[in-house]
Each structure stands twice: as structure tokens, then as C-alpha cells.
Design a protein around this ligand. Structure first.
Ligand SMILES: [Zn+2]
Length: 364
């Protein structure tokens, strides 16, 4: 792909979803401002007198409306664009099946969270943010633990990589750094896309090395090992734990601030309590703004950790040219924007741009 095309592809991939989420944000403001949320609250209570059912219906109306708007946009961003730029290997049928699977998985995950959240709002009143923060933290930790074995296999088939030089070398690398793994697995990413990916999945004892078949086809053994040396760096430098703590602080601080602002707005707009259904879209607006404001902070930390993991990889592998050629190949195969606009990079990139990473490796 030409550089101009790559820029265009990334511009669309960034701006279309961004404008969509801004659109939802303003819609929510209008929903509160023009009493649509009050109308909806009366509507759901006309169907049921049970608070929890009413809450779930209220959320359902929002999520169905949101999904109807979102479907054509995600069809364009995730399917049409990927086809147009020749990344996708998926038929439209398979894409829709994946979409339905994702909808079921996310519903199964969010449904219990929502019920607990509403229960907490009813029971704890203004202090809702304390139990919500604790539960969110516990739940996301649990999810990170079970995702590789429970959720990933819904979308990809994982096959153990047997007897190969690569597997032996990867195990030697892990043993050298006292790193427990459950096994080396490849997955059929080529069924969906030409892009490539690899990494460790899971935490604790259920860690696996996972490699996409697209990576195995296009990269030589030393390049793949240099990619894993980088991933190993993340674990050895305890980035996962550090990110979890940072996330914990960001989430708690965010919920605390949001609770104060929300409380203030509930009074100002004359709602009866923080748990009143019609007031809840305001909480969504506040959390959205907080999320947007903190994104550059978490990206800044993430990019710092990427450099640290690169540094670790470069000190572990025998030849830094393997690492550099792996980065270049990843850039090509995933059509990365090697030289993004610095402002865009600062705000939205969780990895440093490839040109910076390559320059860093060359200087090492
Ligand atoms: Zn990394």
C-alpha cells in the first residue's frame, strides 16, 4: 500500500469512530436537556413497577437505539474499510456472525454488572462510587484472567504448537527468565485478516504464548523471538501490575469526581435522587468526559512502558537487526502509520510510532 493510502486509511479509522462517539455524547445531552429521559422513565414504569426491571428496560432502550445507529458505522469501519484496503479475509456472513457473538459476550458481561451497579445506587446513595469502584476492579482483574481461556476461543481456534525449533527456543527464553507458561499456541487469525499479532495471554498460572498464523507465515524464527522478548519485558518489568494499580487509581479518582459532579447536577436539574432513571444519562456524560480527559495520560504511560519493553528485548536478543526487521514487517503487514501527526500520536497512540521505535532500536 502506498504511504498516501495508509494515511487515508488511518485517518478514517480514527475519525469515524471518534465522531460517532461525539455524536452519542451530544445526543445524551439532548436527551437530558429536552426531558426525553423523563419521558422514557415514565414509559418504562408504565410497563413495570419493579425498579430493577424498569432500570433494565431503560438501559435496553438506550442500547438498542445506540446499536441501530452504530451498526452501519461499524459495518463501514470494521468491514468495508478493511475490505477496501485489502486486509480482510472475511466474508460478510462471517463478519456478521462475529458481530453477533461479540454482542452476546458483551451482554453476558455487562448484564450482571448493570444489575449490581443499580443495586448499589439504590442501597448506597451518594456513596455508590466506593462499592462500584471495588467491584469494577475485581471484575476487570477476573476478566483478564479468564479471557484467554474462555473468551478468545469463541472467536479463534487455538492449536498447540508442537515440536518446532521456535517452540523450543521460546521455552528456553521463558525458562531463562523464570517465567511460567502453560504452552505455545497458534491461532487462525488468517481466517479474518491479513494482519498479524502475538503475545502472552492471561495472568498467573494460565499464561500462554499465542501467535497468529499470519505471523508464523511471514516472520522468521529470530524475528518472532525478538517480538516475544519485548512481551517478556512487559511481564518482567511488572507493567501489567503497574498498569493495574494506575488504572485502579484513575478509576477510583474518576468515580469519586464523577459522583461529586453527578450529585451536583442531580440537584441542579431537580431530580429526586442519584438512582432516578431519568438522571442516569448525565452520569454517562460525566464518565465519558472523564474517559476522554484521562486517555492521553494512560497513553503516555503505556508508551513509556513500550520503550522499556523494547529496551528489555534489545538487551535479551542476540542481534538487534532481528528486532528492527520484526518491527518493520509488523508495520508493513498491519499497514501502520509509521509517522503519525505528533498531536494525534500524543492523544491516541498507546504505542510509540514505529519510526520512533526503530530509531530507538538503531541507537541502542
Ligand atoms: Zn508492548
Amino acid at each position: 500500500m502506498e504511504n498516501k493510502d495508509i494515511k487515508h486509511y488511518h485517518r478514517l479509522k480514527l475519525w469515524v469512530p471518534l465522531l460517532e462517539s461525539l455524536f452519542f455524547f451530544f445526543m445524551m445531552i439532548l436527551v437530558v436537556k429536552f426531558d426525553v429521559s423523563i419521558y422514557l422513565e415514565n414509559f418504562v414504569y408504565s410497563l413495570t413497577q419493579n425498579d430493577t426491571f424498569a432500570f433494565l428496560l431503560f438501559v435496553l432502550i438506550f442500547s438498542i437505539t445506540g446499536s441501530l445507529f452504530d451498526f452501519p458505522i461499524s459495518y463501514y469501519v470494521d468491514y468495508t474499510l478493511e475490505k477496501k484496503y485489502n486486509f480482510s479475509n472475511q466474508s460478510i456472513g462471517n463478519w456478521i456472525i462475529d458481530k453477533i457473538k461479540a454482542l452476546i459476550v458483551s451482554t453476558l458481561i455487562t448484564f450482571p454488572i448493570l444489575i449490581v451497579f443499580y443495586f448499589v445506587l439504590l442501597e448506597f446513595g451518594k456513596m455508590w462510587w466506593v462499592p462500584v469502584g471495588i467491584l469494577l476492579f475485581l471484575f476487570s482483574t477476573l476478566l483478564a484472567r479468564i479471557a484467554p481461556t474462555v473468551i478468545f476461543p469463541i472467536f479463534y481456534k487455538f492449536i498447540p504448537v508442537e515440536d518446532s525449533d521456535l517452540k523450543d527456543d521460546l521455552i528456553v527464553l521463558c525458562q531463562k527468565y523464570n517465567f511460567d507458561i502453560e504452552g505455545v499456541f497458534k491461532f487462525d487469525m488468517s481466517k479474518k485478516t491479513k494482519k498479524a499479532n502475538a503475545g502472552f495471554a492471561g495472568i498467573g498460572k494460565s499464561k500462554r504464548i499465542i501467535i497468529s498464523d499470519t505471523l508464523l507465515q511471514n516472520f522468521n524464527k529470530d524475528e518472532i523471538i525478538s517480538i516475544f522478548a519485548h512481551e517478556l519485558g512487559h511481564y518482567k518489568l511488572k507493567h501489567l501490575w503497574k498498569l493495574m494499580i494506575i488504572n485502579f487509581i484513575l478509576v477510583f479518582f474518576g468515580l469519586w469526581v464523577s459522583a461529586i459532579v453527578y450529585d451536583h447536577l442531580v440537584l441542579k436539574f431537580g431530580f429526586q435522587s442519584v438512582s432516578q432513571l431519568a438522571a442516569l444519562p448525565m452520569l454517562f456524560i460525566i464518565l465519558y468526559v472523564y474517559g476522554i480527559l484521562t486517555l492521553p495520560i494512560s497513553n503516555l504511560i503505556s508508551r513509556k512502558y513500550e520503550y522499556e519493553a523494547d529496551k528489555f528485548a534489545l538487551s535479551v536478543i542476540e542481534n538487534k537487526t532481528d528486532f528492527i526487521s520484526a518491527l518493520k514487517k509488523l508495520g508493513e503487514i498491519n499497514a501502520s502509520d509509521t509517522n503519525p501527526n505528533p498531536v494525534i500520536e500524543f492523544l491516541f497512540y498507546d504505542h510509540p510510532s514505529l519510526s520512533k521505535r526503530i530509531a530507538f532500536a538503531e541507537k541502542f
